[in-house]
Design a protein around this ligand. Structure first.
Ligand code: HEC
Length: 108
């Protein structure tokens, strides 16, 4: 019985640990999200046609892409390289970035 309890606690810790660590450190969010920059621009501010991510709410879209059974487009393949927790971190990171660079001057 003791052994069973021990295993149960261990399993719970295994599930909880990665989430706790990731959420506690903002630099981890940035690190995980950095891979998106090659297409969506530094700090999620794209310069070309690809949509910007800074200030956007993307979590639900990313989760849809993650669970797409037959990944077809580039983004579904991207999303499927992450766990739901990592996508949560990525979405948090971009959503909290200002749409424009702070020293971008003028505008709203
Ligand atoms: C290899 C290039 C590439 C990388 C890397 C990339 N994306 Fe994309 N992403 C695209 C392209 C191209 C589109 C437009 C796809 C379309 O419109 O069908 C897109 C679209 C999106 C969209 C909009 C989807 C929609 O349906 O509106 C989101 C959100 C997004 N990307 C988030 C991310 C995040 C977060 C990452 C990092 C995990 C990432 N992307 C990495 C190329 C990329």
């Amino acid at each position: 019985m003791n052994r069973k309890l021990f295993c149960g606690i261990n399993a719970a810790l295994l599930v909880m640990a990665p989430m706790g660590e990731a959420a506690a450190d903002p630099s981890i969010e940035r690190l995980i999200a950095s891979q998106c920059a090659q297409c969506h621009g530094t700090d999620g501010r794209s310069v070309g046609d690809i949509q910007k991510l800074a200030g956007e709410e993307t979590y639900e879209k990313l989760m849809e892409m993650l669970f797409e059974l037959r990944a077809e487009n580039i983004m579904e393949h991207q999303a499927q390289g992450y766990t739901p927790e990592q996508l949560r971190n990525i979405a948090n990171y971009y959503q909290n970035l200002p749409e424009r660079a702070r020293n971008g001057g003028g505008g709203q």
